[in-house]
Ligand binder design. Structure first.
Ligand SMILES: Cc1ncc(COP(=O)(O)O)c(C=O)c1O
Length: 399
């Protein structure tokens, strides 16, 4: 017995691997600051927890409709109408076990071997692996710091072939924090309107975490002509600090939603009934805390960007959203550590930071664009200040 060919096409998640390495070091009593995980340090709001406890008491502990309860689909429809001015009926809504599961279901339900999926790089680590698992081919398009880590219309045009099934757009982005403006989305939309066989996977997971008064827009909203072939994806994990509850969802074409439900009916069945009840409370409840949390994230962003730009060899752009920075680290490559080790690439730099500075970040190669690193600043300002001081000292020690 050996693992399947499909499994051989994918890698374990690099970000989850770093998280478990940090946990291991901490268990050994080593003082390491983990900036690798994509998870808010804030707690799930109390009103959401209370709704979950109430759901347990009320006996909402049984199987539900495979792709989401009627209550949650109604709350999601209201969310799409409120935040995105998009109308989705219950048969256009799918609820899944986290946003990663939404991605998995959508891709596995629609991609055949040989199909291409355009993935702008740097990308969230799961996109290429899920495409490859399905037998598809990720087509990477480099969108570096010089273009604000955003796909340009002419690049999109050049990447589309007769085999293109999807293009993935993630705004604000994991790992860069870059976010597309309405005009930028319209420009990409003009290209897509010329290619009616291409579907759009709009990953809006960080919609509510935006800065400097940035107005979030999603592509189906600003390009109504693309609505029919856009899957608008979101979830509770990031904005509502509910990573452990595992609720992701999407709005899109009824046939695709049905196909995703068919796949889900033979894998997880329904998402946890209690987590679904909690998600209803999160989406229907008072949303004002979202802005307060975004303001806290913005203070942390400013702290981290400022301190990293002081470090020798690191050049850190200022992101518009999410809770990541993605600095270019080319200025450190080729230098030597005090122990005489040459920093050959961003993975070596991350290893040096972990071993000598006791700070965990994730190397850019994991996200498809090097030399860079991703730092998640979803942690306390004190920890961030200490981590950036350590990174600064480690950079200064390179020769
Ligand atoms: C861009 C993006 N999309 C989707 C997800 C999925 O989140 P989850 O599966 O935790 O709901 C993540 C999580 O890291 C993400 O960064």
């Amino acid at each position: 017995m050996h693992a399947s060919a499909a499994l051989g096409r994918i890698q374990p998640s690099a970000t989850l691997a770093m998280t478990s390495r940090v946990l291991d070091l901490k268990r050994q009593g080593i003082d390491v600051i983990g900036l690798g995980a994509g998870e808010p340090d804030f707690d799930t709001p109390d009103f959401v927890k209370d709704a979950a406890i109430e759901a347990i008491r009320a006996g909402k502990t049984k199987y539900t409709n495979v792709d989401g309860t009627a209550e949650l689909k109604a709350a999601i429809a209201a969310k799409f109408a409120r935040d995105n001015h998009l109308t989705y009926t219950p048969d256009q809504i799918s609820v899944n076990v986290g946003g990663k599961h939404t991605l998995f279901n959508a891709i596995v339900a629609s991609v055949d071997p040989g199909d291409e999926v355009i993935v702008p790089a740097p990308y969230w680590v799961s996109y290429p692996d899920v495409v490859q698992f399905a037998g598809g081919t990720p087509v990477f398009v480099a969108a570096g710091a010089a273009q604000g880590y955003k796909l340009r219309p002419e690049q999109l045009e050049a990447a589309i072939t007769a085999r293109t099934k999807w293009v993935i757009l993630n705004s604000p982005s994991n790992p860069t924090g870059a976010a597309y403006s309405e005009d930028e989305l319209k420009a990409l939309g003009e290209v897509l309107e010329r290619h009616p066989h291409v579907w759009i996977f709009a990953d809006d997971m960080y919609e509510h975490i935006v800065y400097d008064g940035f107005t979030f827009r999603t592509i189906a909203e600003v390009c109504p002509a693309l609505y029919e072939r856009t899957l608008t994806v979101n979830g509770c994990s990031k904005a509502y600090a509910m990573t452990g509850w595992r609720i992701g969802f999407a709005g899109g074409a009824p046939w695709l939603i049905k196909a995703m439900a068919k796949l889900q009916s033979q894998s997880t069945s329904n998402p946890c009934s209690i987590a679904q009840a909690a998600a209803v409370a999160a989406l229907n409840g008072d949303q004002s805390f979202l802005k307060e949390r975004a303001a806290a994230f913005q203070r942390r962003r400013d702290l981290v960007v400022g301190m990293l730009n002081e470090a020798e060899g690191i050049d850190c752009p200022t992101p518009k959203g999410a809770f990541y920075v993605y600095p270019d680290v080319s200025g450190t490559i080729g230098k030597t550590t005090p122990k005489g080790v040459t920093i050959t690439d961003d993975e070596a730099l991350i290893g040096y930071f972990l071993d000598e500075a006791r700070v965990a970040a994730v190397h850019g190669a994991a996200f498809g664009l090097s030399p860079a690193m991703r730092i998640s600043y979803a942690t306390s300002e004190d920890a961030l200040r200490e981590a950036c001081t350590r990174i600064g000292e480690a950079c200064a020690a390179l020769r």
